[in-house]
Write a protein that binds this ligand. Structure first.
Ligand SMILES: C[S@@+](CC[C@H](N)C(=O)[O-])C[C@H]1O[C@@H](n2cnc3c(N)ncnc32)[C@H](O)[C@@H]1O
Length: 310
Protein backbone atom coordinates (compact mmCIF):
# COMPACT_ATOMS: atom_id res chain seq x y z
CA UNK A 1 0.00 0.00 0.00
CA UNK A 2 1.35 3.40 -0.96
CA UNK A 3 0.28 6.39 1.02
CA UNK A 4 0.34 9.97 -0.12
CA UNK A 5 2.09 11.18 2.99
CA UNK A 6 5.53 12.28 1.82
CA UNK A 7 6.21 15.91 2.50
CA UNK A 8 9.10 17.13 0.32
CA UNK A 9 11.60 18.75 2.68
CA UNK A 10 12.77 22.31 1.84
CA UNK A 11 10.83 22.17 -1.44
CA UNK A 12 10.64 25.94 -1.94
CA UNK A 13 14.36 26.34 -1.30
CA UNK A 14 15.22 23.43 -3.62
CA UNK A 15 13.18 24.84 -6.50
CA UNK A 16 14.75 28.29 -6.02
CA UNK A 17 18.21 26.74 -5.81
CA UNK A 18 17.80 25.07 -9.21
CA UNK A 19 17.21 28.42 -10.99
CA UNK A 20 14.84 26.63 -13.34
CA UNK A 21 14.78 27.64 -17.02
CA UNK A 22 11.62 26.93 -19.03
CA UNK A 23 13.55 25.02 -21.70
CA UNK A 24 16.05 23.35 -19.37
CA UNK A 25 16.89 19.68 -18.82
CA UNK A 26 16.52 18.67 -15.16
CA UNK A 27 17.27 15.50 -13.26
CA UNK A 28 15.53 14.60 -10.02
CA UNK A 29 17.81 11.84 -8.72
CA UNK A 30 15.37 10.98 -5.91
CA UNK A 31 11.84 11.17 -7.32
CA UNK A 32 10.08 9.78 -4.22
CA UNK A 33 6.45 10.95 -4.19
CA UNK A 34 7.06 13.64 -6.83
CA UNK A 35 6.72 16.68 -4.56
CA UNK A 36 9.81 18.28 -6.10
CA UNK A 37 9.45 16.74 -9.56
CA UNK A 38 5.89 18.10 -9.86
CA UNK A 39 7.15 21.62 -9.19
CA UNK A 40 10.01 21.21 -11.67
CA UNK A 41 7.68 19.85 -14.36
CA UNK A 42 5.25 22.77 -13.95
CA UNK A 43 8.13 25.17 -14.67
CA UNK A 44 9.67 23.50 -17.75
CA UNK A 45 7.02 23.78 -20.44
CA UNK A 46 9.69 23.49 -23.17
CA UNK A 47 12.22 21.47 -21.21
CA UNK A 48 12.55 17.87 -20.01
CA UNK A 49 12.69 16.06 -16.69
CA UNK A 50 14.45 12.78 -15.95
CA UNK A 51 13.62 11.30 -12.56
CA UNK A 52 15.26 8.34 -10.81
CA UNK A 53 14.09 6.13 -8.01
CA UNK A 54 15.09 2.67 -6.84
CA UNK A 55 11.64 2.09 -5.36
CA UNK A 56 8.83 0.84 -7.62
CA UNK A 57 6.09 1.92 -5.16
CA UNK A 58 7.32 5.52 -5.45
CA UNK A 59 7.60 5.28 -9.23
CA UNK A 60 4.10 3.88 -9.70
CA UNK A 61 2.55 6.63 -7.62
CA UNK A 62 4.65 9.44 -9.08
CA UNK A 63 4.16 8.45 -12.70
CA UNK A 64 0.45 9.01 -12.25
CA UNK A 65 1.01 12.32 -10.43
CA UNK A 66 3.36 13.68 -13.10
CA UNK A 67 1.12 12.58 -16.00
CA UNK A 68 -1.55 14.87 -14.52
CA UNK A 69 0.83 17.79 -15.08
CA UNK A 70 2.58 17.09 -18.41
CA UNK A 71 4.28 14.33 -20.39
CA UNK A 72 7.76 15.80 -20.98
CA UNK A 73 9.43 13.47 -18.48
CA UNK A 74 10.97 10.02 -18.17
CA UNK A 75 11.13 8.03 -14.96
CA UNK A 76 14.10 5.70 -14.67
CA UNK A 77 13.92 2.76 -12.26
CA UNK A 78 17.59 2.64 -11.29
CA UNK A 79 19.99 3.58 -8.57
CA UNK A 80 21.16 7.14 -9.10
CA UNK A 81 24.72 5.84 -8.83
CA UNK A 82 24.22 4.90 -12.51
CA UNK A 83 22.83 8.26 -13.53
CA UNK A 84 25.53 9.00 -16.09
CA UNK A 85 25.12 5.63 -17.83
CA UNK A 86 21.32 5.80 -17.70
CA UNK A 87 21.10 9.39 -18.96
CA UNK A 88 23.53 8.63 -21.76
CA UNK A 89 21.21 5.81 -22.90
CA UNK A 90 18.53 8.51 -23.27
CA UNK A 91 20.94 10.70 -25.28
CA UNK A 92 21.16 13.13 -22.41
CA UNK A 93 24.73 14.35 -21.92
CA UNK A 94 24.27 17.88 -20.62
CA UNK A 95 21.99 18.91 -17.78
CA UNK A 96 20.80 22.27 -16.36
CA UNK A 97 20.15 21.04 -12.85
CA UNK A 98 20.26 18.01 -10.58
CA UNK A 99 18.33 17.56 -7.36
CA UNK A 100 19.29 14.95 -4.73
CA UNK A 101 16.87 14.75 -1.79
CA UNK A 102 18.64 11.88 -0.07
CA UNK A 103 17.46 9.07 2.17
CA UNK A 104 14.05 7.49 2.51
CA UNK A 105 10.56 8.72 1.77
CA UNK A 106 7.99 8.71 4.57
CA UNK A 107 6.02 5.81 3.01
CA UNK A 108 9.24 3.74 2.96
CA UNK A 109 9.78 4.45 6.65
CA UNK A 110 6.13 4.14 7.67
CA UNK A 111 5.20 1.03 5.70
CA UNK A 112 6.24 -1.52 8.30
CA UNK A 113 6.62 -4.35 5.77
CA UNK A 114 9.67 -2.59 4.33
CA UNK A 115 11.52 -3.33 7.57
CA UNK A 116 13.17 0.09 7.97
CA UNK A 117 11.51 0.94 11.26
CA UNK A 118 12.82 -0.25 14.63
CA UNK A 119 9.41 0.50 16.16
CA UNK A 120 7.30 -2.00 14.19
CA UNK A 121 7.79 -5.72 13.93
CA UNK A 122 8.47 -6.89 10.38
CA UNK A 123 10.98 -9.02 8.48
CA UNK A 124 14.39 -7.30 8.36
CA UNK A 125 14.36 -6.14 4.75
CA UNK A 126 15.40 -2.48 4.25
CA UNK A 127 15.81 -2.67 0.47
CA UNK A 128 14.78 0.51 -1.36
CA UNK A 129 14.81 -1.58 -4.53
CA UNK A 130 12.70 -4.69 -3.93
CA UNK A 131 14.58 -6.43 -6.77
CA UNK A 132 17.93 -6.08 -4.99
CA UNK A 133 19.39 -9.37 -3.76
CA UNK A 134 20.72 -8.55 -0.30
CA UNK A 135 18.41 -7.73 2.63
CA UNK A 136 19.23 -6.62 6.16
CA UNK A 137 18.36 -10.17 7.25
CA UNK A 138 21.15 -11.53 5.01
CA UNK A 139 23.61 -9.09 6.54
CA UNK A 140 22.84 -9.77 10.21
CA UNK A 141 22.85 -13.54 9.61
CA UNK A 142 25.94 -13.88 7.39
CA UNK A 143 28.44 -11.04 8.05
CA UNK A 144 31.35 -11.82 10.36
CA UNK A 145 31.67 -10.13 13.74
CA UNK A 146 34.42 -7.88 12.30
CA UNK A 147 32.28 -6.90 9.30
CA UNK A 148 29.29 -6.08 11.52
CA UNK A 149 31.45 -4.07 13.93
CA UNK A 150 32.89 -2.11 11.00
CA UNK A 151 29.54 -1.14 9.47
CA UNK A 152 28.01 -0.25 12.86
CA UNK A 153 31.02 1.91 13.64
CA UNK A 154 31.43 3.54 10.24
CA UNK A 155 27.78 3.98 9.27
CA UNK A 156 26.24 4.30 12.72
CA UNK A 157 29.13 5.90 14.63
CA UNK A 158 28.04 3.69 17.53
CA UNK A 159 30.65 3.37 20.30
CA UNK A 160 29.28 -0.03 21.38
CA UNK A 161 29.54 -1.48 17.86
CA UNK A 162 31.68 -4.47 18.82
CA UNK A 163 29.41 -5.41 21.77
CA UNK A 164 26.37 -5.31 19.50
CA UNK A 165 28.12 -7.29 16.74
CA UNK A 166 29.14 -9.87 19.37
CA UNK A 167 25.55 -10.06 20.65
CA UNK A 168 24.26 -10.67 17.11
CA UNK A 169 26.76 -13.48 16.50
CA UNK A 170 25.81 -15.19 19.81
CA UNK A 171 22.07 -14.83 19.15
CA UNK A 172 22.20 -16.19 15.60
CA UNK A 173 24.07 -19.30 16.75
CA UNK A 174 20.85 -20.28 18.52
CA UNK A 175 18.40 -19.10 15.87
CA UNK A 176 18.45 -17.01 12.69
CA UNK A 177 17.50 -13.34 13.26
CA UNK A 178 14.38 -12.69 11.23
CA UNK A 179 12.55 -9.59 12.40
CA UNK A 180 13.22 -5.96 13.30
CA UNK A 181 12.06 -6.35 16.91
CA UNK A 182 14.20 -9.47 17.41
CA UNK A 183 17.19 -7.35 16.41
CA UNK A 184 16.14 -4.51 18.73
CA UNK A 185 15.97 -6.99 21.62
CA UNK A 186 19.44 -8.34 20.79
CA UNK A 187 20.82 -4.77 20.70
CA UNK A 188 19.24 -4.08 24.09
CA UNK A 189 20.67 -7.27 25.62
CA UNK A 190 24.12 -6.52 24.16
CA UNK A 191 24.48 -3.01 25.63
CA UNK A 192 22.32 -3.31 28.77
CA UNK A 193 19.02 -1.55 29.50
CA UNK A 194 20.63 1.60 30.97
CA UNK A 195 22.66 2.43 27.87
CA UNK A 196 19.82 1.29 25.59
CA UNK A 197 17.17 3.58 27.08
CA UNK A 198 19.58 6.50 27.43
CA UNK A 199 21.23 6.40 23.95
CA UNK A 200 18.86 4.38 21.73
CA UNK A 201 21.60 2.62 19.76
CA UNK A 202 18.95 0.78 17.69
CA UNK A 203 18.43 4.05 15.78
CA UNK A 204 22.00 4.18 14.46
CA UNK A 205 22.32 0.40 14.05
CA UNK A 206 19.25 0.44 11.79
CA UNK A 207 20.75 3.43 9.94
CA UNK A 208 24.00 1.51 9.44
CA UNK A 209 22.21 -1.58 8.11
CA UNK A 210 20.12 0.51 5.75
CA UNK A 211 23.22 2.23 4.37
CA UNK A 212 24.93 -1.15 3.86
CA UNK A 213 21.88 -2.79 2.22
CA UNK A 214 21.43 0.07 -0.25
CA UNK A 215 25.09 1.12 -0.69
CA UNK A 216 23.84 4.61 0.03
CA UNK A 217 27.17 6.35 0.58
CA UNK A 218 28.87 4.73 -2.42
CA UNK A 219 25.99 5.92 -4.58
CA UNK A 220 26.58 9.54 -3.55
CA UNK A 221 30.34 9.22 -4.06
CA UNK A 222 29.84 7.98 -7.62
CA UNK A 223 26.87 10.11 -8.69
CA UNK A 224 27.94 13.58 -7.56
CA UNK A 225 31.22 13.79 -9.56
CA UNK A 226 29.36 12.43 -12.62
CA UNK A 227 26.59 15.01 -12.15
CA UNK A 228 29.15 17.85 -11.81
CA UNK A 229 30.76 16.83 -15.10
CA UNK A 230 27.39 16.64 -16.90
CA UNK A 231 26.29 20.13 -15.81
CA UNK A 232 26.00 22.92 -18.34
CA UNK A 233 27.77 26.19 -17.55
CA UNK A 234 25.58 27.98 -15.00
CA UNK A 235 23.81 24.70 -14.18
CA UNK A 236 23.22 23.80 -10.56
CA UNK A 237 23.18 20.85 -8.19
CA UNK A 238 21.12 20.97 -5.01
CA UNK A 239 21.62 18.25 -2.40
CA UNK A 240 19.54 17.74 0.75
CA UNK A 241 21.13 15.42 3.32
CA UNK A 242 19.68 14.04 6.55
CA UNK A 243 22.68 12.89 8.57
CA UNK A 244 26.28 13.88 9.08
CA UNK A 245 27.81 10.99 7.12
CA UNK A 246 25.97 12.04 3.97
CA UNK A 247 26.61 15.71 4.52
CA UNK A 248 30.36 15.17 5.04
CA UNK A 249 30.65 13.32 1.72
CA UNK A 250 28.72 16.01 -0.16
CA UNK A 251 30.74 18.80 1.48
CA UNK A 252 34.06 17.12 0.61
CA UNK A 253 33.14 16.41 -3.02
CA UNK A 254 31.92 19.99 -3.51
CA UNK A 255 35.07 21.33 -1.86
CA UNK A 256 37.31 19.18 -4.05
CA UNK A 257 35.68 20.36 -7.28
CA UNK A 258 35.44 24.04 -6.24
CA UNK A 259 39.08 24.47 -5.23
CA UNK A 260 42.20 24.86 -7.32
CA UNK A 261 44.36 21.73 -7.22
CA UNK A 262 46.87 22.34 -4.37
CA UNK A 263 49.78 21.86 -6.84
CA UNK A 264 48.68 25.02 -8.68
CA UNK A 265 47.63 27.15 -5.69
CA UNK A 266 49.13 30.65 -5.92
CA UNK A 267 50.44 30.15 -9.47
CA UNK A 268 49.58 32.90 -12.01
CA UNK A 269 48.65 30.55 -14.86
CA UNK A 270 46.63 27.45 -14.12
CA UNK A 271 46.17 25.04 -17.05
CA UNK A 272 42.51 25.09 -18.06
CA UNK A 273 41.94 21.43 -17.21
CA UNK A 274 43.00 22.11 -13.60
CA UNK A 275 40.70 25.09 -13.01
CA UNK A 276 37.81 24.42 -10.58
CA UNK A 277 34.65 23.17 -12.27
CA UNK A 278 32.17 24.61 -9.78
CA UNK A 279 31.56 27.34 -7.23
CA UNK A 280 29.70 26.98 -3.95
CA UNK A 281 26.44 28.96 -4.04
CA UNK A 282 26.18 28.89 -0.25
CA UNK A 283 29.31 28.48 1.89
CA UNK A 284 27.31 27.10 4.82
CA UNK A 285 24.46 24.64 4.31
CA UNK A 286 20.92 26.03 4.31
CA UNK A 287 18.64 24.67 7.04
CA UNK A 288 14.85 24.27 7.17
CA UNK A 289 12.87 27.10 8.72
CA UNK A 290 11.43 26.80 12.25
CA UNK A 291 8.02 26.81 10.63
CA UNK A 292 8.86 23.80 8.43
CA UNK A 293 10.36 21.89 11.38
CA UNK A 294 7.17 22.50 13.36
CA UNK A 295 5.02 21.31 10.47
CA UNK A 296 7.21 18.32 9.62
CA UNK A 297 9.58 17.23 12.43
CA UNK A 298 11.36 14.85 9.99
CA UNK A 299 12.85 17.90 8.28
CA UNK A 300 14.80 18.80 11.43
CA UNK A 301 18.10 17.22 10.42
CA UNK A 302 18.02 18.44 6.80
CA UNK A 303 20.93 20.38 5.31
CA UNK A 304 20.97 21.79 1.80
CA UNK A 305 24.13 22.42 -0.24
CA UNK A 306 24.08 24.07 -3.67
CA UNK A 307 26.80 24.44 -6.30
CA UNK A 308 26.97 26.06 -9.74
CA UNK A 309 29.04 24.98 -12.72
CA UNK A 310 31.47 27.67 -13.90
C1 LIG B 1 13.60 11.68 0.64
S1 LIG B 1 12.84 10.79 -0.62
C2 LIG B 1 12.63 11.98 -1.90
C3 LIG B 1 11.32 12.68 -1.84
C4 LIG B 1 11.03 13.53 -3.06
N1 LIG B 1 11.92 14.65 -3.15
C5 LIG B 1 9.58 14.01 -3.06
O1 LIG B 1 9.36 15.19 -3.36
O2 LIG B 1 8.67 13.22 -2.77
C6 LIG B 1 14.15 9.86 -1.31
C7 LIG B 1 13.72 8.94 -2.46
O3 LIG B 1 14.89 8.61 -3.18
C8 LIG B 1 15.00 7.23 -3.35
N2 LIG B 1 16.44 6.96 -3.30
C9 LIG B 1 17.30 7.19 -2.28
N3 LIG B 1 18.55 6.84 -2.62
C10 LIG B 1 18.48 6.40 -3.91
C11 LIG B 1 19.45 5.92 -4.82
N4 LIG B 1 20.74 5.81 -4.50
N5 LIG B 1 19.05 5.59 -6.07
C12 LIG B 1 17.72 5.71 -6.42
N6 LIG B 1 16.77 6.14 -5.59
C13 LIG B 1 17.14 6.49 -4.35
C14 LIG B 1 14.20 6.60 -2.23
O4 LIG B 1 13.69 5.35 -2.64
C15 LIG B 1 13.10 7.64 -2.00
O5 LIG B 1 11.96 7.36 -2.77
Amino acid sequence: MVSNMHYAVMKKEAIEALNIKEDGIYVDATLGYAGDSSEILKRIKKGYLFAFDADTDAIQYSHHQLMNIASNFTIIHANFSDLKEELTKHNCNLVDGFLFDLGLSSPEIDNKERGFSFMNDAPLDMRMNKEAKVTAQDIVNTYSEEQLTKIFYEYGEESNSSKIAHGIISARRKKAIITTLELVEIIKNSVGANYFFKHHPERVIFQALRIEVNHELDAIKKALPDAIKMLKKGGRICVITFHSLEDRIVKNIFREYSEVDPIFKGMPDIPKEYEPLIKLVNKKPLLPSEEEINENPRSKSAKMRIIERI
